[in-house]
Design a protein around this ligand. Structure first.
Ligand code: MG
Length: 272
């Protein structure tokens, strides 16, 4: 009986301790949330260099080959036409040639006709063979999940820029773990697993977006939690949006090419 009482008392003490620890954690989380709310939301005056991170520099690794579309994928480009896409003001103006399509500078963003939420996305891209420009001006494009969350496309082969803006970065939010970029003129692949954010009926964030990215088969983003939509200036901040939105490809005035793009809509996948 005495032993039973000692055990029962010990359990009660441990439960009390757990409650106190949980309360402390909640309190520090609330403080963190408050400090986030105090950040000025993206005014045009903010110097974009304030959010550039140049160190650490991801180590270079040798990438493998790209894959092909699984049978349950929606093929967004099979080498023939841009029938799954639209331009800013009508049909896409980007050039389709030799099984690929290429940005025609300053003709605007390419947007899928279909909308997507949680997806596995595969796409292949190629920086121009002729090297023009440097840093962010060299082979720049980008794939935006839901048109909002950018995985940077850039010629990051021997081309230094801020680390959270190089190829495979989740632009201005996450530096890639390594730099798996192939030389300009060679085809490269991205495989992206994206879980869309969830908002409640009042528009409050229930669950942030998460992303996993493989570059040329190499894991470079491992289930990272996004702080909000991509922002060039200032800090990101979530705003409620639809459960599904189109994918977009960026016209950053560099003639980046694309091929073999497919997407699998994720259903019944547990991410938490
Ligand atoms: Mg870009």
């Amino acid at each position: 009986m005495k032993k039973f009482l000692i055990t029962a008392c010990s359990l009660l003490l441990l439960s009390g301790f757990a409650v106190i620890v949980t309360a402390c954690q909640s309190s520090s989380q609330e403080e963190a949330d408050l400090s986030l709310e105090e950040v000025d939301p993206s005014p045009e005056e903010v110097d974009p260099s304030l959010t550039e991170v140049w160190d650490p520099v991801p180590a270079e690794v040798d990438p493998g080959d790209a894959g092909t579309a699984p049978s349950d994928a929606i093929v967004l480009f099979d080498g023939t036409d841009l029938s799954e896409w639209t331009g800013n003001d009508g049909p896409p103006a980007w050039e389709v040639k030799d099984g690929a399509f290429t940005v025609v500078p300053e003709t605007g963003t390419l947007t899928t006709i279909r909308a997507f939420g949680d997806v596995q996305l595969h796409l292949e891209w190629r920086s121009p063979t002729e090297i023009v420009g440097e840093g962010q001006g060299r082979g720049n494009s980008g794939v935006y999940l839901m048109g909002l969350y950018e995985v940077q496309i850039l010629d990051s082969y021997d081309n230094r820029t801020y680390s959270n803006g190089q190829a495979g970065s989740i632009y201005k939010q996450f530096i890639p773990e390594v730099n798996a970029t192939r030389p300009p003129g060679e085809w490269q692949s991205y495989d992206i697993i994206f879980m869309a954010p969830r908002f409640d009926t009042n528009g409050s964030l229930e669950r942030p977006a998460t992303m996993t990215v493989l570059h040329n088969g190499v894991l470079i983003q491992n289930h990272v939690t996004l702080r909000g939509p991509t922002e060039y200036r200032g800090e990101p901040e979530y705003e409620a949006h639809a459960a599904k939105l189109p994918l977009t490809l960026q016209d950053h005035t560099n003639p980046v090419s694309f091929r073999n793009i497919w997407v699998r809509e994720l259903q019944n996948y547990q991410s938490y």
